[in-house]
Write a protein that binds this ligand. Structure first.
Ligand SMILES: [Zn+2]
Ligand SMILES: [Zn+2]
Length: 273
């Protein structure tokens, strides 16, 4: 399996000279299982995955796109995902209904006049839209299971865990741990994973101030979750748009003191397991 980061930023894209190393596209991660592609979130990084797939020698891609929620930083890449416009490709999308509104309608609204010139019906490579809920467990390929968990975030979000004979990967973003400590529900969900990708948007100081209740974790909470759950590797992700490459390097040094096997999620970086 190859895990690859296409977008690692939270909230809004951050192009510029201070973010060149870590990257400025918003959330998108792929997990490749031979020729099957699982995608987690469709932020602006999804466009880069589309370019990458277009350059590979394949007439037809099959995969699933799993959405954690519908904030802009998690869906804005979908109208720019070139493989979705080719009817030869077969991608299934998974996400929660929200307040009784089905996912297809939610996603189609960002592509309506006057926001965007192409309607969602033109995405012929998207086979179907599948409702998923917290607690579900799907077998996406023989022996490969995708499970979901409820996260704490304004407007709601779910986290994902993939278990396969080769290893396991969890993505926990966007999520706010309780004030009294790390969420035991999340620790149980990610327990023993090969790789944990965790929201690390804030600093511990941010969370004592105005940003308490905004629905995100600190790098410290991400590292503590990894340590408690005894995962093998942690990626700090959903980086704050205000943080430069130098700021994130400083955060990484501090996080490694709590959980040494920590890395920064960086655009185009990958991990094979
Ligand atoms: Zn987000
Ligand atoms: Zn969000």
């Amino acid at each position: 399996m190859i895990l690859r980061f296409w977008g690692v930023r939270g909230s809004i894209p951050t192009p510029g000279r201070d973010t060149i190393i870590v990257g400025g596209n918003t959330t998108c991660v792929s997990l490749r299982l031979d020729d099957y592609i699982c995608v987690f979130d469709a932020g602006t990084g999804l466009r880069l995955l589309g370019q990458y797939l277009a350059n590979e020698n394949s007439d037809c891609w099959q995969g699933s796109i799993f959405l954690t929620h519908y904030h802009w930083d998690h869906i804005q890449g979908l109208p720019f995902f070139a493989p979705a416009f080719r009817k030869e490709n077969r991608f299934r999308i998974y996400g929660e209904p929200r307040d009784g509104i089905m996912m297809e309608k939610i996603l189609s609204e960002q592509m309506q006049h006057p926001y965007f010139p192409v309607k969602i019906d033109n995405l012929q490579g998207l086979l179907n839209f599948n409702e998923i809920r917290a607690g579900d467990n799907l077998e996406v390929l023989p022996g490969v299971f995708v499970r979901t968990v409820r996260l704490t975030h304004p407007n709601g979000a779910i986290g994902y865990r993939v278990d396969s004979p080769k290893g396991s990967m969890c993505i926990i973003t966007d999520h706010e741990h309780p004030k009294k400590g790390i969420s035991s529900k999340v620790v149980d969900f990610v327990k023993g994973a090969t790789v944990l990708i965790h929201d690390a948007q804030y600093t511990p100081e941010d969370k004592k101030g105005l940003k308490a209740g905004w629905g995100h974790s600190s790098w410290e909470e991400a590292a503590l979750t990894a340590r408690k759950a005894q995962v093998s590797k942690l990626y700090l992700a959903h980086h704050d748009p205000e943080n430069s490459d130098a700021d994130l390097e400083a955060i990484l040094i501090k996080a490694k003191k709590i959980f040494p096997e920590t890395e920064l999620a960086m655009e185009s970086s990958y991990f094979q397991f």
